[in-house]
Ligand binder design. Structure first.
Ligand code: ZN
Length: 148
């Protein structure tokens, strides 16, 4: 029985890698850095693995695919989840919310409103004042420091 679980876990982890090859690491015609499958296929990167989960510099987080400004370091906090977490967006119009029924759960998916790149999910366990948590893949973001 243990053997079956091991095979299953390996399939889960590698499925993302093989999809990247098929898609040639581009999204809407734009070349992207590695881990693109999170952006294109709505995958979720492993917690505590991304570039920004523990990132504390001041600045804004923009869409990796189209540079649209999405989140600010002013709203970033340590949620303990292992993914970059924000309690608010930079501009409400830049992030789109969709119902996601995958994995047998009802969740709210968040996407870039400009280019439709998958960003992550929205949860109701954030801090005040909003009480919500934008849980985002580091792979969907690029950081732009406020002081150059
Ligand atoms: Zn975008």
């Amino acid at each position: 029985m243990k053997y079956i679980y091991t095979i299953f876990s390996i399939l889960l982890v590698t499925s993302c890698t093989s999809q990247v090859k098929e898609l040639d690491n581009t999204f809407n015609g734009r070349a992207l850095p590695e881990n693109t499958c999170y952006v294109v296929n709505g995958g979720t990167e492993k917690p505590f693995s991304g570039e920004y989960w523990n990132h504390k510099e001041e600045g804004s987080y923009i869409c990796v695919a189209c540079d649209s400004p999405l989140f600010s370091s002013d709203h970033k906090y340590q949620s303990g989840s292992g993914w970059p977490s924000y309690y608010d967006v930079l501009n409400e119009g830049n992030v789109r919310k969709l119902k996601d029924m995958s994995l047998g759960m009802e969740r709210i998916e968040i996407r870039c409103n400009t280019c439709d790149a998958h960003l992550g999910h929205l949860f109701n366990d954030g801090p005040k004042p909003t009480g919500i948590r934008y849980c985002v893949n580091s792979a969907s973001l690029k950081f732009k420091p406020s002081k150059l």
